[in-house]
Design a protein around this ligand. Structure first.
Ligand code: SF4
Ligand code: SF4
Length: 136
């Protein structure tokens, strides 16, 4: 999709090109034709082109509506083993394992905390049982 669009009233006057503060518009005159071009990378979406156009030709709504997203990567997710909440990607897990030299356990923060507190309670119960036995 083309984000910068003009209607049939554009006569190539170049007011938009000359008044774009981001040099996001350019005109090329070649082989008897003038070509107007827009760079989305440079465009600040300031709206100046629309304001200065004497013919109300800039269809600015395309620059601010219907934002289009291009997927650039899709990776498999690792999810919490208890509730299924997405945590990180398989590739991130692999890199984490390499840098920590151990496997990260796939639990969300809530279930990690719950598991830690249950393990802690078992540890304390075990200790107190041992202490009791030791005192007798
Ligand atoms: S200012 Fe308007 S009419 Fe002039 S070139 Fe730009 S879009 Fe076309
Ligand atoms: S919105 Fe602003 S930065 Fe983008 S082309 Fe128009 S004048 Fe240039």
């Amino acid at each position: 999709m083309r984000y910068f669009q003009v209607n049939e009233k554009c006569n190539g006057c170049m007011a938009c090109v000359e008044n774009c503060p981001a040099t996001a518009l350019r005109a090329t005159d070649k082989d008897g034709r003038r070509t107007l071009a827009h760079s989305m990378t440079r465009c600040a979406r300031c709206g100046n082109c629309k304001r200065v156009c004497p013919n109300d030709a800039v269809e600015f709504q395309h620059l601010i509506e219907g934002v289009h997203w291009d997927d650039f990567q899709t990776l498999e997710l690792v999810c919490c083993q208890v509730c299924g909440e997405p945590l990180y990607t398989v590739e991130f897990q692999r890199d984490l394992k390499a840098s920590l030299s151990k496997e990260a356990e796939p639990f969300c923060p809530r279930h990690r905390e719950e598991i830690a507190s249950v393990a802690g309670a078992h540890f304390v119960a075990g200790r107190s049982g041992t202490d009791k036995g030791g005192a007798q």
